[in-house]
Design a protein around this ligand. Structure first.
Ligand code: MIG
Length: 793
């Protein structure tokens, strides 16, 4: 180690102080170590300063603390201490402070050499060895490569304009900080989450090729170690630890149109009319900052007279309105929100702890609500209710890193003071939580004032656990091909980091888009959880009709597909809520043992069934697609393709390469102009035979909180083919919601004319279309289990 002025105190020379059924604790002259088993595949390692036990740090990320007892073996000798579960074993060398975790088969999952766990001045540090073919994923919102190995990431929420790597090649920080990583080596996954909202820096083998070095500017080492062995298992545990994503209203899955800004009511109404006149489906229109009176939060300015009346009119045409909500409250003594905030003592303070901190944002001088305080969150929610009263359906929380134009570091002073629910903290200690807690205020307030309506909150900033409060959109991207390419891997890593509901500005925010870039972006976004078109002040118009007739027609077709996909997407949202499984999944999710699939960051799976290979290069009319080892079908043509190889996909402008795994059961609705335009009573249940498939069908009212009380309808539908016989089985229905489906229209991509159909053993009618190679039959809906057989596929 280089000699330096800073004092590094490696954690070593430990002695055992306690040994329990679920773990042990150790102490040295300067540190206290606690190791606990939370589950067979989840261990917690705390290293705190001071030799005496201290209460664990308060967490804003972790929601689960009541873990059932785990069967484990705890051993403490003079030289070492270990904790073993059925899945793995953590061992600490008492003398050197080295520690490691191995799986039950002896494979090393984490190795911290002697001297690599330390406190250096105010910082806490740990370094882990990287094995030669270890890949690292997750880390929340990141730009650049899909595999994060070889990168440096700083976790410090920051407003960064135009974050494409082409613009900011060395960019280390973004709006959202999630210090969670998924590691994969030899087909085996492990995960690590360091719960500490202070600024963290992770060097993932950049400066030292075989070392993953982590440090936090303050606080302690609080590591959650996920032993796997599957990505699925790790993400499920992470979701259990940090809490499930609530279900959004179904309309939140529809297409959304935004612009910085639709400055007047007339313009917004014109945009709404164009969507309907041109038969381009759309559910949501956004009001960016120009709707306010001088950027005063929760107000409407001159451009938007009689907002409640306007919103009601738009509602009749099937549109919801979402407004932007920035945290900075204009420092205007006549402004009601400011006056009431002052009365509540709601604002972040300067270092003296008494004077409000003043910054500068769009409204000019502004104060920043201290969202880390419950009282302030509640007050904010009450102010927000004014928008709900006007009919606003959702809240777009922007600038909540928080951004501040008045300082070179673009945020609040590190020594500003917060009065958090857990006591006073400096801004530096809780900076990464500001956006998270603002989103929480927004969601909780929305629910308080409209208890029967599902909140819809979008946030730019967040920390681990943000999925409980809001969806994440990835901020100010740019209209260039690099950024389209970046978006794919960005959403995949965000999805692996516990944020299934994510997306980015379609077409690109900064700079002018082009018809081709816009088309390719739109096609890709059709398959992303959040689907919103947005662009910057001063850029060319970017509505689906603004770039020419050919682009408009392609948008219309893909919007049609998006609305048909809603029942499938919604079932995936329900799955994400229940299990933490991403909606948009990297190939590694289902093909962890295939190194080509693991490395693939320019394709993805939507759920378990669809493989999407977006066109990411200007001028490309074909691309190479990796089909993992399964039987696949070309979605557009029905052609069968054997996987385990690359294929060349033709992609003329109107096509995005799209594949379906054999066995897939894909529920498609009839297209609509907006969610709820007409009741969805017929589901076209597309089935591709010659494989095994499963659909976890989920349905509820799509708008109220009743699903939290079991008002949903679920059933598992499976498919399999034996010889020439396809069998589809509908499991019995569970839940108290009465399904609205009257007809399951079976659509089998059979290619051959099937000989006969039987439903529950009885002959049934169907028809075969020679041109499309598709067999169709209408089935009624029954709550009980039933199955059908199609012979001759
Ligand atoms: O400093 O509200 O990322 O989507 O249009 C710019 C204006 C502030 C940044 C957001 C962007 C939004 C813009 N905002």
């Amino acid at each position: 180690m280089k000699s330096s002025v800073s004092k590094s105190a490696p954690v070593a020379r430990l002695r055992a102080v306690a040994r329990g059924s679920q773990g042990f604790s150790l102490a040295s002259a300067g540190a206290h170590v606690e190791v606990t088993a939370l589950a067979p595949d989840l261990l917690r390692l705390r290293v705190a300063r001071g030799k005496a036990a201290s209460p664990p740090p308060q967490s804003w990320a972790v929601v689960k603390s009541d873990w059932p007892a785990v069967a484990c073996t705890v051993k403490v000798t003079k030289t070492g201490a270990s904790l073993a579960t059925a899945v793995g074993k953590l061992t600490v060398n008492l003398k050197s402070g080295a520690w490691e975790v191995r799986d039950a088969g002896g494979l090393r999952l984490f190795t911290a050499a002697a001297g690599s766990t330390a406190f250096r001045d105010a910082k806490a540090e740990v370094a882990l060895d990287l094995t030669p073919n270890e890949s690292l994923f997750g880390l929340g919102e990141t730009t650049g490569t899909f595999n994060r190995r070889g990168q440096v990431r700083e976790f410090w929420n920051i407003d960064v304009l135009g974050h494409a790597p082409a613009i900011h090649p060395g960019l280390k920080s973004l709006y959202v900080s999630i210090p969670f990583a998924l590691s994969l080596r030899e087909g085996r996954a492990a995960g690590l989450f360091w719960d500490n909202p202070a600024k963290q820096t992770w060097d993932l083998g950049q400066t030292q090729l075989d070392r993953w070095q982590m440090s936090a500017d303050s606080g302690e080492l609080d590591l959650y170690l996920f032993l796997g062995p599957t990505a699925e298992g790790i993400c499920a545990r992470y979701a259990e630890l940090t809490g499930p994503m609530p279900l959004p209203p179904l309309w939140g899955l529809g297409y959304q149109q935004c612009r910085y800004s639709y400055e007047t009511r007339e313009r917004l109404e014109e945009v709404a009319r164009e969507f309907r006149r041109r038969a381009l489906p759309c559910d949501v229109l956004y009001l960016d900052i120009h709707h306010m009176e001088g950027y005063r939060v929760f107000t409407f300015g001159k451009g938007y007279p009689q907002p409640a009346e306007m919103i009601a009119k738009l509602a009749k045409q099937g549109f919801k309105v979402v407004t932007i909500v920035d945290p900075g409250v204009k420092d205007d003594p006549k402004f009601g929100v400011l006056k009431r905030g002052l009365k509540q003592d709601a604002f972040v303070k300067q270092a003296d702890g008494t004077t409000d901190f003043l910054g500068e944002v769009w409204p000019g001088a502004a104060r920043f609500p201290d969202f880390l305080s419950a009282k302030t969150r509640e007050w904010w929610g009450d102010e927000q209710a004014a928008l709900q009263a006007a009919g606003v359906a959702g809240f777009w929380n922007d600038m909540n890193e928080p951004a501040n134009f008045a300082r070179p570091d673009k945020t609040l002073a590190p020594d500003a003071r917060h009065a958090t629910d857990f006591g006073p903290r400096t801004h530096a200690e809780v900076h990464n939580l500001y956006g998270q807690e603002m989103a929480r205020a927004s969601r909780d307030g929305a629910l308080k004032h409209r208890p029967d309506e599902r909140p819809f909150v979008i946030t730019r900033a967040g920390y681990a656990g943000i999925q409980r409060h809001a969806l994440v959109w990835t901020g100010d991207n740019s209209s260039n091909w690099d950024h389209l390419n970046d978006a794919v891997q960005m959403f995949l890593n965000l999805s692996l980091s516990g944020v299934p509901f994510c997306g980015g500005d379609v077409g690109g925010f900064m700079e002018n888009t082009t018809p081709e870039l816009f088309t390719r972006w739109f096609q890709f976004a059709t398959f992303t959880p959040f689907f919103r078109n947005h662009s910057n002040l001063g850029t060319i118009a970017q509505e689906p009709w603004a770039l020419g007739e050919q682009v408009e027609q392609i948008c219309r077709d893909f919007l049609g597909l998006r609305y048909q996909l809603l029942p499938y997407l919604y079932s995936l949202f329900a799955e994400a809520r229940a299990t933490g499984a991403p909606i948009m999944r990297p190939l590694l999710w289902h093909y962890q043992n295939d190194p080509v699939a693991v490395a693939c960051g320019d394709q993805f799976l939507l759920g378990r069934s669809l493989l999407v290979a977006p066109i990411l290069r200007q001028g490309a009319v074909a691309r190479s697609v990796y089909l993992p080892n399964d039987l696949w079908y070309d979605f557009w043509t029905g052609e069968q393709l054997v996987g385990g190889r690359h294929v060349v996909a033709e992609a003329p402008p109107e096509i995005i390469p799209l594949y379906v795994r054999a066995g897939t059961i894909l529920p498609l609705a009839e297209p609509q102009q907006y969610v709820g335009e007409s009741p969805t009573e017929v589901i076209n249940l597309h089935v591709w035979p010659h494989g095994r498939g499963q659909l976890d069908w989920y349905e509820d009212d799509g708008e109220t909180q009743a699903y939290e009380q079991g008002a949903w309808s679920r059933r598992t539908i499976t498919s399999s083919t034996r010889g020439k016989t396809l069998t589809v089985t509908f499991g019995a229905v569970s839940g108290t919601f009465e399904s609205r489906i009257a007809v399951w229209r079976l659509v089998v991509w059979s290619a051959k004319k099937p000989a006969r159909l039987k439903v529950n053993g009885r002959p049934a009618e169907g028809s075969f279309n020679v041109d499309t190679g598709v067999f169709i039959a209408d089935l009624g809906n029954f709550d009980g289990e039933f199955s059908l057989e199609l012979v001759g596929v």
